[in-house]
Design a protein around this ligand. Structure first.
Ligand SMILES: Cc1cc2nc3c(=O)[nH]c(=O)nc-3n(C[C@H](O)[C@H](O)[C@H](O)COP(=O)(O)OP(=O)(O)OC[C@H]3O[C@@H](n4cnc5c(N)ncnc54)[C@H](O)[C@@H]3O)c2cc1C
Length: 288
């Protein structure tokens, strides 16, 4: 390991002051991305600011939202009865992350701030229209999930900002689903899809959100798929047409794991599955 200074502040204010005071200082949360990066010399911070002592691990329901602290561990999202009831998409998505060891240590804030283009939680947060709370030397601000992810491993956070919490609207009257395909269980997926579908009393789609992961540098919302559904009865044919419309608008790149053409094919198949499941759940949804 490269030598570095280590600090473990007890308040968010102290952590921000340490980030602001030192160029290249890095936050350490669950360490599941940062420690491998240190080991392989991909990151060489002179200062590590360990945020594990900060009071940012609560799950609280407020006014139609769930506030998730940045230090909520992946396994809490997976197992908490409250998260499963209020935001079932998050519990479903996080179950695909890594393995039990990674989910025991990894944090929500770390996953979102790391912004791996194939990671599951960013895709789910964009689909749920979450808002991110950040604190920096210049004060606090909110960032919509749709504006947070800029490029691979790049977010809207400034170098001296800490992601402190995420506000997720409680899922009411909608069905949600998350599906993905990875080469081996626990790997980052080749493609993932999150779907949120609300159906009105006439049996037509009142609203739909379809978001892909693994196809570009950041989660990609599919307006063509959403437009193909809104106002229509969600029949299998309509869902297949929406998934096809999504595929036609995608231009995934080829990399060492899969060709762009294969990823586009997967996107259509997985979108169809996610939309079918979300629609079935919407039609049987309980009033929460
Ligand atoms: C074997 C293995 C398999 C994995 N598989 C998957 C997978 O399938 N899907 C997936 O999504 N992830 C996967 N991961 C990554 C895992 O989800 C990490 O937990 C996550 O990416 C980072 O969270 P962390 O808390 O460990 O953050 P850390 O590693 O501590 O930090 C990651 C980065 O985020 C910054 N950071 C951390 N917290 C904050 C904050 N609150 N505010 C601002 N910046 C912050 C750090 O400075 C660092 O740059 C895997 C990891 C391993 C080791």
């Amino acid at each position: 390991m490269i030598p570095f200074e280590y600090h473990a502040p007890a308040t968010v204010g102290d952590a921000v002051a340490m980030l602001a005071a030192r160029d290249g200082a890095k936050l350490l949360a669950g360490g599941q991305s940062l420690v491998p990066a240190l080991t392989y010399r991909l990151a060489r911070p002179g200062v590590l600011v360990d945020i594990n002592a900060l009071p940012l691990a609560d799950v609280v329901r407020t006014n139609g939202h769930v506030r998730l602290g940045a230090l909520v561990r992946h396994h809490v999202l997976e197992e908490s009865p409250d998260v499963r009831r209020w935001c079932p998409l998050l519990a479903e998505a996080v179950a695909y992350v890594g393995n039990a060891r990674v989910r025991t240590l990894g944090t929500l804030g770390g996953s979102l701030a790391h912004a791996d283009p194939a990671a599951e939680l960013p895709v789910a947060m964009v689909a749920l229209d979450a808002r991110f709370a950040a604190v920096g030397a210049a004060g606090s601000r909110e960032i919509p999930a749709g504006e947070f992810f800029r490029a691979p491993l790049t977010t809207a956070l400034a170098a001296d900002e800490i992601l402190t919490a995420v506000d997720v609207p409680v899922t009411r009257g909608a069905g949600t689903a998350f599906v993905e395909l990875a080469r081996r269980p626990g790997d980052f997926p080749l493609v993932s899809v999150a779907a949120v579908v609300a159906v009105d009393r006439a049996g037509r789609v009142a609203d739909a959100r379809v978001v892909f992961g693994g196809l570009a540098g950041a989660p990609q919302r599919s307006a063509p798929a959403e437009d193909a559904l809104r106002g229509h009865e969600p029949t299998p044919e309509r869902i297949a047409a929406a998934a096809h419309a999504a595929r036609r608008a995608l231009r995934p790149e080829t990399d060492v794991f899969a060709s762009g053409a294969y990823r586009a094919h997967l996107a259509e198949v997985l979108a169809r599955r996610a939309l079918r499941t979300a629609t079935n759940r919407a039609l049987t949804v309980e009033v929460r």
